[in-house]
Design a protein around this ligand. Structure first.
Ligand code: ADP
Ligand code: MG
Length: 358
């Protein structure tokens, strides 16, 4: 029994759910090997989780996708910055007062996030919570905060003050008013968790999209790669181009995904911890391709904050596989992306890494 599918993400559905668009579109096809493509959509972690798994029958596929959604919901309940009862909100609420016991999984992610802070010189900072809540980008009745309110909150931001005690299994923020927001790493971590879950469930082929992040497993059952389209952030075309993906994670961060407008100005949701304001990036988006979702997630956020020139330098220095889409219309490819990406929009020009481009 097999079934063929070739569809795009249903943007209408996304709009109906009142969420912003993710930066990617998938083309799917499932046939051969007696596998059925089973597709499901859930709203979780404040975004759309779109799973396609290839299983021996529809029933087993549906069981896997609904259990997978449950797994991510469990993570959300634990990691949400806002949800009552989450371990992360407990740390925020206990700031300046007492350490909070956290699960091993949460501890591991916090440690990884702190490491990301170190590696980015603090440009990726999970203690931005006082500012992400002050700005409340995407919230109702948005208006930009006053400069002195921003400055006041900025004093509370420094991931280095977070005290993690893996022995005791506790986390502590020393000052009242501090808080944690894992928004820049949580969805990537969720995809890592899903990958492990699918493997344990015997799923060999899957493609999953979650708020701008993609997990690919095993390629398509027919032996071909999945094709992931990067949406044209400038809105001129449907997509800038497509990336062939077989195995791994692609994480995209962009200022065009989630933003608020006020007085004719756009304010997006990626903040610069140096200023407390939305990062003034000359990139439309930064995408990172790799094996670990949490890492790809913080790296893409970081590259976006850095802006075109510095992001290029870092992508090269670290040997990242990355796609930088500049507001100047340049698409720069690094590492594996050079081979895997195909430009489709005539509004963009391609450059393939190297110190001077090629
Ligand atoms: P998205 O969540 O849209 O996929 P990102 O992965 O880039 O985009 O994460 C953006 C989210 O991360 C914001 O909504 C906010 O919660 C948090 N954030 C914003 N700026 C930073 C930053 N400089 N460092 C760490 N986290 C950030
Ligand atoms: Mg990110």
């Amino acid at each position: 029994m097999w079934q063929r599918q070739s569809r795009r993400i249903q943007w209408v559905l996304l709009a109906a759910l009142g969420v912003v668009l993710v930066g990617v579109t998938l083309w799917l096809a499932g046939r051969d090997a007696g596998l059925t493509a089973v597709r499901s959509t859930h709203f979780v972690m404040d975004t759309v989780l779109e799973q396609t798994v290839y299983t021996a029958g529809e029933a087993s596929g549906e069981a896997v996708t609904s259990e997978a959604a449950r797994v991510v919901t469990e993570m959300e309940n634990r990691l949400s910055a806002y949800r009552e009862g989450s371990e992360i909100l407990a740390i925020t609420e206990a700031a300046g007062d007492h350490p909070v016991a956290v699960s091993d999984e949460t501890m591991a992610l916090l440690e990884r996030a702190v490491e990301a802070g170190d590696r980015t010189g603090g440009l990726f900072d999970i203690t931005l919570y006082p500012l992400t809540t002050l700005w409340d980008i995407g919230g109702e009745d948005f208006h930009p905060p006053e400069a002195d309110a921003i400055a006041g909150r900025l004093e509370k931001v420094d991931y280095r003050t977070l005290q993690l005690d893996p022995e005791a299994g506790t986390a502590y923020l020393p000052e009242a008013g501090q808080g944690i927001d894992l928004g820049g790493i949580g969805k990537g971590a969720a995809l890592d968790r899903l990958q492990a879950f699918y493997r344990a469930s015997g799923v060999e082929h899957a493609i999953v999209s979650m708020g701008g992040n993609i997990l690919a497993m095993g390629g398509r059952p027919d032996g071909d790669s999945f094709r992931v389209a990067l949406r044209d952030p400038s809105g001129q075309d449907a997509s800038v181009g497509t990336l062939r993906m077989r195995e791994g994670i692609l994480s995209t961060s962009g200022g065009y995904e989630r933003y608020s407008e006020w007085d004719g100005e756009r304010y997006h949701h990626i903040l610069d911890p140096r200023t407390g304001y939305p990062a003034e990036s000359d990139l439309w988006s930064a995408s990172v391709l790799g094996e670990n979702g949490a890492d790809c997630d913080w790296q893409s956020t970081w590259l976006f904050v850095l802006g075109q020139e510095e992001a290029r330098r870092q992508a090269e220095a670290l040997g990242l596989s990355a796609i930088l889409i500049g507001k100047d219309g340049r698409v720069e490819l690094f590492g594996d992306a050079v081979q895997l990406f195909t430009l489709q929009s005539e509004h963009f020009v391609l450059q393939t890494g190297g110190p001077t481009g090629a």
